[in-house]
Write a protein that binds this ligand. Structure first.
Ligand SMILES: [Zn+2]
Length: 109
């Protein structure tokens, strides 16, 4: 994937994430901190918080990818330095690692 396409996709992802983070944040604020009235299971506010978490993590990954585009490291695994396959970048333009290093990083978590 060429750099211009990657940047375009990352920027639109960032835009989209900012939008959903705004919506989710408004949702969690409205519900306040109390989930006592909802009985067992996840409340809407809990769900919104979990989604907000995930969106925030993805936003960080997208920003890091944009930074790698700026300093020329984009498309290279941040762990082992080998090229991240194009197919993987097509599916996840924010991917920072090759498949092997990514699964290793996830096991570490
Ligand atoms: Zn790697």
């Amino acid at each position: 994937m060429d750099v211009a396409t990657a940047r375009m996709r990352l920027e639109s992802m960032l835009h989209e994430l900012d939008r959903s983070i705004g919506v989710l944040r408004a949702g969690t604020d409205r519900h306040g901190g109390s989930s006592a009235d909802a009985g067992a299971g996840l409340t809407d506010a809990d769900r919104a918080r979990a989604m907000l978490d995930a969106a925030g993590r993805q936003r960080t990954a997208v920003l890091a990818a944009l930074r790698r585009l700026d300093d020329g490291g984009y498309g290279r695994c941040v762990d082992c330095g080998s090229a991240v396959p194009d197919g993987r970048l097509e599916a996840r333009p924010e991917a920072a690692r090759c498949v092997q290093c990514q699964s290793r990083a996830e096991r570490r978590r």
